[in-house]
Design a protein around this ligand. Structure first.
Ligand code: NAP
Ligand code: G4F
Length: 329
């Protein structure tokens, strides 16, 4: 069985990637950091099929020890401080996790197992104030948040280790991808969760920031398949993964409220608390390189994505499943 290590296995993407790799016959290792309460909600249903190992991107010795002990053939670096607003409140910590953490892991691979293939979770946030529409692999970066700046560093250090040490290191420039496992502070899940609560009479308003921002939103399980495909190629490279469609936050609201026969304008309130110091106004990706070389295409439309998320939130609330309240976004 090939062995793969996932950092960030407890997150949205890590949880889907682990499921995908298990189905492909991998022995899956998941790196988790110690916390005072366990946060394995997303992986609980297959926790006994994966090996969880303790480590942290802040602690290089923990990374070296994991690689020495387990010798994975593939490493997927999905761990990061991934919420953009938090990166203005904790810019240095974001840099430590999201930027320098990549170097710690790459350097551990270089020292311990240089034939291990490496995937870096880069982001469309790197395009920021976009220099070209649509954005492709060659589009210059212009990040607009400490998170975006940290991801640019992570991207270039991955390219640099590939070119300096001949590591099989790939960077996937993924546009926003969502699911019912998305953190509740991100705008899509914040909206669908509120739609479900309002429909069930548990809440009566939804407070949001910038309704005009446009994103290229895809479905997370499609995107983890692309990560794996990148590491199966003959040569390491970088790929944009996106749907090629862009929609505003307002359109997302319209679609989600409309699906349950509600008018979004009666419930959505704009709140300056959720505006950002600098915004990424428009993201739309060109994934034609991934289509050509990886045979990758998205399988879920914008409309279906919204419906999948609203349905999941309605079902969770109707089952009286505890849905935690958020305070961040
Ligand atoms: P997520 O749900 O926020 O998950 C982040 C994961 O990173 C969690 O498992 C978290 O562990 C872990 N983590 C954070 N800091 C760590 C540290 N110091 N050491 C070890 N683990 C740490 O993020 P996601 O949406 O799955 O995204 C996965 C990756 O793709 C991230 O790097 C993100 O920046 C990037 N990305 C995401 C998107 C998207 O639209 N989702 C698009 C482009 C790029 P805890 O559970 O302990 O907090
Ligand atoms: O859902 P968001 O917080 O995602 P954002 O900032 O695009 O970042 C996500 O996607 C990136 C890929 O491009 C990842 F790298 C990153 O890790 C993360 O997964 O916000 C989307 C848009 C923004 O323009 C924001 O200003 O929604 C707007 N928005 C409007 N009201 C809001 C809100 N965002 C949040 N989180 N909460 C609001 O109330």
């Amino acid at each position: 069985m090939p062995k793969a290590l996932i950092t960030g296995i407890t997150g949205q993407d890590g949880s889907y990637l682990a499921e995908f790799l298990l189905a492909q016959g991998y022995d899956v290792l998941g790196m988790v950091r110690r916390s005072s309460t366990v946060n394995f909600d997303r992986i609980r249903h297959y926790q006994d099929q994966v090996t969880l190992v303790q480590g942290d991107l802040l602690d290089q010795v923990s990374l070296i020890n994991i690689l020495e002990e387990h010798r994975p053939v593939e490493v997927y670096n999905l761990a990061a401080q991934s919420f953009v607003p938090t990166s203005w409140q904790q810019p240095v910590l974001t840099g430590e996790f999201t930027a320098l953490g990549v170097t710690r892991l790459l350097d551990a691979i270089r020292l311990v197992s240089p034939t291990t293939r490496f995937y870096q979770a880069s982001s469309s946030e790197m395009f920021g104030k976009v220099q070209e529409v649509p954005q492709r692999e060659s589009t210059p970066f212009y990040p607009r948040s400490p998170y975006g700046v940290a991801k640019v560093y992570g991207h270039w250090i991955t390219v640099n280790y590939r070119e300096s040490y001949d590591l099989f290191a790939c960077s996937g420039i993924l546009f926003n991808h969502e699911s019912s496992r998305r953190g509740l502070e991100f705008v899509t899940h914040k909206i669908t969760n509120a739609v479900a609560r309002i429909k069930l009479g548990l809440e009566h308003e939804l407070r949001l920031g910038n309704l005009d921002a446009r994103r290229d939103w895809g479905y997370a399980p499609d995107y983890v398949r692309a990560m794996w495909l990148m590491l199966q190629q003959d040569q390491p490279d970088d790929y944009v993964i996106a749907t090629g469609e862009t929609h505003s936050v307002q359109e997302f609201c319209q679609e989600a409220f409309g699906y349950v026969d509600l008018d979004w304008q009666e419930f959505v309130v704009q709140d300056p608390r959720f505006m950002r110091p600098a915004e990424v106004d428009l993201l739309v990706g060109d994934a034609s390189k991934a289509a050509k070389h990886l045979g990758w295409e998205p399988s879920v439309t914008f409309r279906d994505l919204v419906r999948i998320m609203v349905d999941a939130d309605l079902e969770a609330l109707q089952r009286n499943q505890h849905v935690p309240r958020i305070f961040l976004g």
